[in-house]
Design a protein around this ligand. Structure first.
Ligand code: PLP
Length: 285
């Protein structure tokens, strides 16, 4: 695999980053994951806009090549022959060669920019989309700025492990009695013809797929309600699903052991998945 590190395309075995990099020592960095379908990038503009916001919220400078990021994504997709897969991008605050809680001077410290691809043949035809996934509820123990897409992913990783240990596929996180989001996706329930998902705030990541799916749902005359919901409400819902750049729209068929409907993906999730994949492939760059 060819990867990109600070201006250079290199074989992955030759790519290096300083051990003093604040991404490594302090999780001081942000990231984006953009999916690739048919060799083209899905929702690229949305991911780039969110990256710019994440950097700004953490007082990090944009990498000098910010305006070339589309070209860099495309070049990595090309040289690695990616048809379906993902492009991972990470910007960390870099390092001034020592460890200190205080941020290094941005005038003299370049951010570290890393990109690599992951090949995922048949990404849009995953078997899980046909069967649906099972989720459990866990406490949301993350920090309070979940709207910033930081590389601080230990708790979400632990959440996936808790789900696995419980025989489920993923976890929905709960705070003050209400679901915030999934470990790596936004969470939705469906009641009648209403799609319910948590409103935007610092409590959740503002999903790029979420924004696109809600817009498409409204365009398709579906009703959308942006508000918090409880696990009890979710367990009694007609259907549920999650959205993310890598899972698109993924049906949920079981919540904390309660089967939704007949235990197969519901019609609203299935339709939204179809619409999202069709529209976003058309708009891919
Ligand atoms: N929420 C969390 C916590 C995530 O980590 C992610 C994606 O990684 C999402 C939501 C979905 O965001 P997007 O649709 O932009 O991938």
């Amino acid at each position: 695999r060819t990867v990109y590190v600070n201006g250079e395309y290199l074989p992955e075995t030759e790519a290096t980053v300083s051990i003093f990099d604040r991404g490594f020592l302090m999780a001081d960095g942000v990231y984006e994951v953009t999916s690739v379908l048919g060799g083209r990038l899905i929702d690229f503009d949305g991911h780039l806009a969110r990256l710019e916001r994440s950097l700004s919220e953490l007082d990090m400078l944009k990498p000098a090549v910010f305006d070339d990021l589309l070209d860099i994504h495309r070049e990595l997709v090309r040289v690695n022959g990616i048809t379906d897969g993902l492009v991972y991008l990470q910007v960390t605050r870099g390092s001034d060669g020592d460890r200190d809680f205080v941020f290094p001077d941005p005038e003299t410290t370049e951010p570290t920019l890393v990109l690599f691809t992951q090949s995922k043949p048949g990404l849009a035809d995953s078997p899980a989309a046909k069967t649906g996934i099972r989720v459990i509820g866990i406490d949301d123990l993350r920090w309070g700025r979940r709207d910033i897409k930081t590389v601080q992913l230990l708790y979400p990783s632990m959440g996936k492990m808790m789900a696995k240990a419980a025989g489920a596929d993923d976890a929905w996180m709960i705070e003050d009695g209400h679901v915030t989001e999934g470990t790596s996706n936004n969470a939705y329930i469906v009641k009648g013809n209403r799609i319910i998902t948590r409103h935007l705030s610092n409590d959740i990541l503002h999903g790029i797929t979420r924004a696109a799916v809600l817009r498409m749902a409204s365009e398709a005359q579906m009703q959308v309600e942006e508000r918090a919901f409880t696990m009890e409400e979710a367990k009694a819902a007609d259907e549920a699903f999650v959205t993310s750049a890598s899972a698109f729209v993924m049906p949920v068929v079981e919540i904390d052991g309660a089967t939704l409907g007949d235990g197969t993906p519901g019609p609203v999730a299935a339709r939204l998945r179809e619409i999202y994949l069709e529209e976003s492939r058309k708009a891919a760059v």
